[in-house]
Structures are given as C-alpha cells and as structure tokens.
Design a protein around this ligand. Structure first.
Ligand SMILES: C[S@@+](CC[C@H](N)C(=O)[O-])C[C@H]1O[C@@H](n2cnc3c(N)ncnc32)[C@H](O)[C@@H]1O
Length: 186
C-alpha cells in the first residue's frame, strides 16, 4: 500500500491513529525482543498495511504461525490480497475478541502478542478487556509487546500483568514507547 493510500485510510478511520506506517528502524528495534531461532506463535493486533507482518515473516521459521487481527476493513482486504503465506491467518475483528477466533489449541500457547492498536482511544473497560484477552492467549512466560504514543498503558498493564518495562523510540513518526510485558514474569 502506498503512503498516500495509508493516509487516506487514516482520514476515513480515526482508529488507524497514524498518518504513515511505522518506520523500518522502529520495526527492527521492536522485533529485537523476539527470538526467531525457533518455531513461534505470534499474534499481531493492528497490522495496518503489514509493515511489521512482512518483516516478521522474513524472520520466522517455516514452522511458525502469524495471526493478524485487523479491525479496519480496507487494511484487512489489503492484507488478504498481498500476504499469501501458509503460516498466516488474518481476521477482521477487534483485538479484544481474539480468543473467539484462535484455534482452541493455541489459547494459552501464544509466544508473543505484538500490538499497534491505539490503546489511548479505548476507555478503561475496553483496555482491560483487550489486556485480559491478551493474557488469556499468551503462554506462561509469553511476551506482550505494544508500541504506543504515550505512557498511558502503565497502570492498566500493571493491574492485569503486574509488570512492564518501557523503551523509547524517537526515530519514528510518531515517536513510540514500547511496552514489554510478561505473562507471569518470574
Ligand atoms: C497506529 S496503526 C499501526 C499500523 C501498523 N501496524 C504500523 O505499524 O504501521 C494502528 C492499527 O490498529 C488498527 N486497530 C485499531 N483499533 C483496533 C482494534 N481494536 N483491533 C484491531 N485493530 C485495531 C488500525 O486499523 C490500524 O491498522
């Protein structure tokens, strides 16, 4: 998708929340938290035009799985038309409903959830719904990675997961905080 088409999607839908796809610099930096040396199950919320998804697929083993959860219909259609890979499944649903579409065997067995959705647009209850759903699908020790424009996720993440670290990536439009949150960190 061109940058102009991305911008048009943003103009039509406020939940897109960004005028341009994440920079390659930021994609690489966020993905340094992922161990690509083994088969993994990764769920991505808000893949947009697939800037992270394509990078992930380049790095992931043939036995890995990538599940894309995208609310915007234009992005969903674009992803379906452009990402054809046996490791990928794509759903046009809200992130908070992820557990309704995952194969039952994957619930509690997801290694990573990567999220670009604008949590700041969700009210307190919806934030909690998404975070609880995320915790329910992750395996013990699994990692939730969320790139966000502000520090507003600290409190809800602490309430649901009890831990977080953040990193700041200034070289992106917009600059992002990256939350790194473990399920049942030891
Ligand atoms: C800031 S953009 C990030 C797009 C892309 N991942 C990137 O890095 O360029 C946020 C994305 O989240 C999607 N989104 C917003 N709310 C969502 C929700 N509740 N569930 C799933 N996707 C959502 C938007 O449609 C958009 O694709």
């Amino acid at each position: 998708m061109s940058k102009i088409d991305f911008l048009k999607t943003f103009i039509k839908d406020k939940d897109v929340a960004s005028v341009t796809p994440t920079s390659q610099h930021c994609v690489k930096k966020v993905c340094t938290n992922i161990d690509f040396s083994k088969d993994i199950v990764l769920v991505e919320y808000g893949p947009g035009d697939g800037v992270f998804s394509r990078y992930l697929l380049d790095k992931m083993t043939p036995g890995s799985k990538l599940i894309l959860v995208e609310l915007n219909e234009d992005f969903y259609t674009h992803l379906r038309e452009t990402i054809v890979d046996p490791r990928v499944e794509i759903f046009n649903i809200r992130a908070g409903d992820v557990q309704t579409v995952l194969e039952p065997s994957l619930i509690g067995n997801v290694d990573y959830v990567l999220s670009g959705i604008p949590f700041s647009f969700l009210n307190k209850e919806r934030k909690k719904v998404v975070l609880e759903a995320t915790k329910s699908i992750l395996k013990e020790g699994g990692l939730f990675l969320a790139y966000q424009t502000s520090g507003h996720l600290k409190k809800p993440v602490m309430e649901v997961f009890g831990n977080f670290e953040t990193d700041f990536i200034p070289l992106n439009l917009p600059p992002y905080f990256v939350y790194k949150v473990y399920k049942n960190a030891v």
